[in-house]
Design a protein around this ligand. Structure first.
Ligand SMILES: NC(=O)c1ccc[n+]([C@@H]2O[C@H](COP(=O)([O-])OP(=O)(O)OC[C@H]3O[C@@H](n4cnc5c(N)ncnc54)[C@H](O)[C@@H]3O)[C@@H](O)[C@H]2O)c1
Length: 324
């Protein structure tokens, strides 16, 4: 029988963030019985996207650091499924502060698994990272490819996945790991497009591009990720760990992203200044390509082109800028 969040009790960690807040919307639309959000607002996020839900009692919000969470905490009571999206999400920070990254992305994530064991919570969906876990490889990576991360962030996501696999086997937990590439769209306040937009708002005549601009990655619009999530959740099964690559097949260079942001902002004659080198920062993967046949076999395909997505995202950022 396929699983749905309808009439279920759902917990979302990182639910005030970019992707997490879109998951909250999706869970509300799909008729969940109880919705609990844990977020410590450490990413400069706030409760703006959940404000109405909190006010009307649709969402119970706990401002908490997952590093301090205890298995018998009230927020875990009677939960059917956890969407674990709270994380230290930056590769550069993971390189500067490896142990802090480990404490949040592995150790605190283990506390979530322990809370599942203690409360007999049957299902979890995890935000992994297809862009960093496989490392830097020339071949197209399938879900069965070896994981060879070149950043501490990628290592932490891979390490936690190993525990998802063992907990699923040992304690009859059903887990899905979403190995997605770069996700972008409204509400995102980090990533290459956000960075370019902010720099161009300060100075519209030149743009600093980290590296040589040739790094090749995939970019998926947020609604396409939520559509994929909608399909994979139906496949979750007790006692089984199931990873999915989720990305577009099209690889886009950082220079092309710069062109798209410049166009969407209506700018002309912007001078690009490359910092040089093949990577934007230590641990940056120069090229990654994901095999998405598994998610496509469920009938999923991305609907929003990167060009249209960038336009919509820039419109959102302009509106956000105007309201400050
Ligand atoms: N955005 C992407 O392109 C992308 C790509 C691959 C994986 N991911 C993963 O997806 C998830 C969501 O990413 P996002 O882009 O929405 O990031 P985000 O920073 O917008 O959201 C993360 C949320 O988690 C919260 N958080 C961070 N540390 C916490 C802690 N210790 N305790 C409680 N809350 C904490 C933050 O306050 C924030 O609201 C993360 O796990 C990230 O690693 C994102």
């Amino acid at each position: 029988m396929s699983f749905t969040v309808n009439k279920k009790n759902v917990l979302i960690t990182g639910g005030c963030g970019f992707i997490g807040s879109h998951i909250v919307d999706w869970v509300v639309q799909n008729g969940a019985e109880k919705i609990v959000v844990i977020d410590d607002l450490s990413a400069g996020t706030d409760t703006r996207y959940l404000k109405n839900y909190i006010k009307e009692g649709t969402v119970e919000f706990f401002k908490k650091d997952i590093r301090n969470t205890l298995p018998d905490a009230s927020e875990y009571k009677d939960i059917d499924i956890i969407f674990h999206f709270a994380a230290q999400p930056s590769v550069p920070i993971s390189v500067k502060k490896p142990f802090m990254d480990f404490e949040i992305n592995v150790s605190a994530s283990m506390k979530i698994l322990e809370a599942m064991r203690y409360n007999s919570i049957p299902y979890i969906v995890f935000a992994a990272s297809g862009g960093t876990m496989y490392g830097e490889r020339n071949e197209v990576m399938s879900e069965d490819s070896a994981l060879r991360p070149i950043s501490n962030y990628g290592a932490a996501k891979a390490a936690f996945e190993m525990y998802l696999s063992s907990y699923s086997h040992l304690y009859e937990i059903g887990s899905i790991s979403l190995r997605f590439g770069n996700i972008f769209g409204p509400r995102s306040t980090h990533g290459v497009m956000y960075d370019f937009y902010m720099k161009l708002k300060k100075n519209s005549s030149e743009l600093e591009i980290l590296g040589n601009g040739k790094q090749l990655k995939s970019y998926l619009y947020i609604t396409d990720l939520i559509n994929a999530l909608d399909l994979v959740v139906k496949k979750i099964q007790k006692g089984s760990f199931n990873p999915y690559n989720i990305s577009t097949e099209r690889l886009v260079s950082v220079k092309e992203i710069a062109d798209m942001v410049v166009n969407a902002m209506g700018l002309k004659n912007v001078e690009y200044k490359y910092t040089g080198g093949e990577r934007g920062w230590p641990g940056d993967v120069r090229k990654i390509s994901l095999d998405t046949r598994k998610i496509r076999s469920l009938g999923w395909k991305p609907k929003v082109s990167i060009e249209d997505g960038v336009k919509k995202y820039v419109e959102f950022l302009e509106a956000m800028n105007d309201s400050i």
